[in-house]
Every structure is written in C-alpha cells, then in structure tokens.
Design a protein around this ligand. Structure first.
Ligand code: S3P
Length: 170
C-alpha cells in the first residue's frame, strides 16, 4: 500500500506548514511527530526537553514512529528524528522520506522569528549552535529517499515542489 510522504529536515525548513498545505490539497491525513508527542505527554516541546532531557525525548520520538501504521498520509517530523538508525527503519516501513534541503540563510531568517520554540537553540550564540547542528546532520538527512533543494522563504513553494515530485499536483 502507498505509504506516508515523510518530510524530514532542519528546524525552520517548513515541514509542518508544507505538510498541512499538502494535506489540504490532497485530502491525505497529516500527522506531525512533534504534535503527537506534545499531545501524548501533555506538555509543549521545550518543557519536554527540560523535564526528560534530549535522550529521553528521542526515545519518545521513536515510540511515536513505532505506534504509526503505514497509510497514505503526510508525516511531518521533528528535525532530530534522523539521528537514530532505528527511526530510519521505522520511516522506511511507513513510507517515502523526503529531505527538505532549505538554504542555511533562509533557515536562520525563519528561526530568528521562532527560535524560542526550539530548545536546542536556547543559547546565547544560537546561530553558531545552529551551524554546528546543521553540519553534523547534513549527511544523515541525505539518507532520505528523495532530496529536495529549496531556496525560497515560502512554504507554499516547498509544498508545491513536494507534490510535483510525487505526481500529486492539485
Ligand atoms: C528538534 C526539532 C524540533 C523539535 C525539537 C528538536 C531538532 O522540531 O522536535 O525541538 O532536534 O532539530 P522542528 O524540526 O519541527 O522544529
């Protein structure tokens, strides 16, 4: 059966917005791992990081992936989901992974406005921290089935590009 279109990529790459737009246009259900975690554990992400720490947060992410059934939906993921090998096994079971490879400067401009919701960037020199994370993760994101290079600030363009790629323009 046709599985999820799974969006992976850095914080600020527009995964949630693109997923919502694709869902609206295709009628496919949208699932978001961050939202599921927040719902299941009853607290916002920064608080979950504070209470459990990053490692336990990652284990909860894996549990969320494991609980999903393969279905024709859109799955938006937290930026760090790619860090665990077993998450790749789960994502391969669930569908097709698509890396939204957005230019670094576009990401930084977007995060400038929303970094307070990102616990990993709650440090003084957050841009340095961001560059470090990006450098460490680039190789892992490239394990995705499809790599989509994006240069625009606009999440609508990302959504269009994903749908074009998957033959689902509508
Ligand atoms: C994280 C990204 C966040 C969230 C958490 C950790 C990361 O999701 O899961 O703050 O490690 O990159 P977004 O990618 O939706 O910001």
């Amino acid at each position: 059966m046709d599985g999820y279109w799974i969006l992976v990529g850095m914080m600020g790459s527009g995964k949630s917005t693109a997923a919502r737009l694709i869902g609206e246009r295709t009628g496919r259900p949208v699932v978001d791992t961050d939202s599921l975690l927040t719902y299941r554990l009853g607290r916002p992400i920064p608080e979950l990081f504070r209470i459990y720490g990053e490692q336990a947060f990652r284990d909860h992410e894996t549990a969320v992936l494991r609980s999903l059934e393969r279905q024709p939906g859109i799955l938006s993921t937290g930026g760090g989901i790619v860090l665990k090998d077993e998450n790749w096994d789960e994502m391969r079971r669930l569908g097709t992974t698509i890396f939204l490879n957005v230019d670094r400067d576009v990401l930084v401009a977007r995060l400038e406005r929303s970094k307070r919701r990102r616990p990993l960037l709650e440090v003084e020199n957050w841009e340095d921290r961001f560059d470090e994370i990006l450098l460490n993760r680039m190789e892992v994101y490239r394990k995705a089935d499809i790599i989509l290079d994006l240069h625009s600030e606009d999440a609508t363009e990302s959504a269009n590009a994903v749908m074009k790629l998957l033959g689902a323009e509508g």
